[in-house]
Design a protein around this ligand. Structure first.
Ligand SMILES: Nc1nc2c(ncn2[C@@H]2O[C@H](COP(=O)(O)OP(=O)(O)OP(=O)(O)O)[C@@H](O)[C@H]2O)c(=O)[nH]1
Length: 374
């Protein structure tokens, strides 16, 4: 399992990035809900202020703060709505919005000084806790927002002289407790979420990757390959498939044991993977058979690739735990014809060609029409 640091984040930046991508939709949903609830609360607050505050200039000051924050919130929500892929930009935008909300609250309370004793500290504490619990883009970001927001609140009270020293001291302690508690819960939740992610990834990997050879298993390779055949049929681009079978493999098992047989299979998969391009789809078809799907590849290029695969196996000995072995593979290649073919039909053609290769001497590449001996 990937290591998680004390902030509840993956140490490996790549895994951390893919985790955030995975969490993105959930985070977006929460953000949209919070934006809606926040906007509603701010509008209701505006009406409340209008009814409660007698001084017109004070109401105007507060209204400007509320409306500015509402506009920024709306812009962040729109950004979240349109950026449907994970974006660190939006993470930062959310943090800036949160910071503005905390600043806004401080300024508002400073203006409505008589409210400090009633709603100042409890209100801000709840806000701070909500931030920790509901907006976890990154621990450092959220913590920075909360600590800066709390400090601003305290400094505002201090500088404007609305609050007594005792009040500021109690507020400071309260904010300290809220931030410590919030950080603790945040880190615990982050760790649990990342552990769940690891377990899910492990499950996904087991469902897609063959345990012995570490290439796609039959289900996954056929699923990916079939999808590509459909695409090639629809857009009329070249597409080929190669079936591979290890020659005389039963003999290896019988003579040196299944452990050596397993090492040979793993090495065959390893060597084939190295020869192929990233876009090629390679997997274990079953037993000692493998399959490669080659998008955008015509027959002549497919034959070149197949020959490269054949020589990657035949040209160098296999170092096993018991004895160095000379191995070879037979290959059958087929290409999508102008008349559209189903994925199954293409595989059948490659299998037919493989059968020919096996029956005409092995260690060679065949197509349905022709044979290229080694
Ligand atoms: N070690 C090991 N052997 C396997 C595995 N899967 C299938 N086999 C063995 O692979 C062998 C395949 O034998 P055959 O189908 O007769 O093929 P072959 O000996 O390569 O003969 P040709 O294909 O005609 O060259 C069988 O003995 C299977 O038990 C595996 O995961 N590990």
């Amino acid at each position: 399992m990937s290591k998680i640091d004390w902030m509840g984040e993956f140490i490996d930046p790549e895994i951390e990035h893919s985790f955030r991508k995975y969490e993105w939709n959930e985070l977006r949903r929460r953000m949209m809900f919070a934006s809606f609830a926040g906007a509603l609360a701010y509008c209701l607050g505006l009406i409340g202020d209008y009814l409660m505050i007698s001084s017109e200039s004070m109401f105007r000051e507060i209204a400007v703060i509320r409306i500015s924050i509402l506009i920024v919130g709306l812009m962040v929500s729109l950004l979240g709505y349109f950026l449907d892929k994970y974006s660190p930009v939006l993470n930062k935008a959310v943090c800036i919005l949160l910071l503005l909300v905390l600043f806004g609250e401080s300024a508002e309370i400073a203006i409505k000084s008589e409210l400090i004793a009633y709603v100042g500290i409890p209100g801000s504490s709840v806000l701070v806790l909500l931030f920790y619990l509901s907006f976890p883009p990154r621990f450092k970001d959220v913590m920075a927002v909360c600590v800066i927001g709390c400090s601003t609140f305290l400094i505002t009270c201090w500088v404007l002289g609305y609050a007594s020293l005792e009040y500021i001291y109690t507020s400071f302690l309260m904010f300290l407790v809220v931030n410590c508690f919030g950080s603790y819960v945040y880190i615990q939740l982050s760790t649990v979420r990342r552990r769940e992610y690891c377990a899910l990834e492990e499950l996904k990997k087991n469902a897609e990757i063959d345990g012995l050879t570490q290439v796609y298993n039959r289900r996954k390779v056929l699923e990916l390959g079939d999808g590509e055949v459909e695409l090639a049929n629809n857009y009329n681009h070249d597409y080929s498939v190669i079936m591979i079978d290890v020659d005389n493999f039963k003999g290896v098992n019988d003579m040196y044991g299944h452990a050596v047989g397993d090492q040979v299979l793993a090495e065959v998969a390893n060597r084939c993977s190295k020869v192929l391009r990233d876009v090629d789809i390679f997997g274990r078809y079953g037993g000692e058979e493998f399959v490669v799907y080659l998008p955008y590849t015509n027959l002549s290029t497919t034959l070149v690739v197949a020959e490269r695969l054949r020589s990657a196996i035949a040209d160098a000995t296999f170092e096993t735990s018991r004895i160095p072995l000379h191995m070879s593979i037979s290959l059958g290649a087929a290409t999508l014809s102008k008349e559209k073919q189903t994925p199954r039909k293409l595989l059948e053609l490659a299998d037919e060609a493989l059968y020919t290769a096996k029956n005409t001497g092995k260690n060679k590449v065949c197509t349905v029409q022709n044979t290229i001996p080694s």
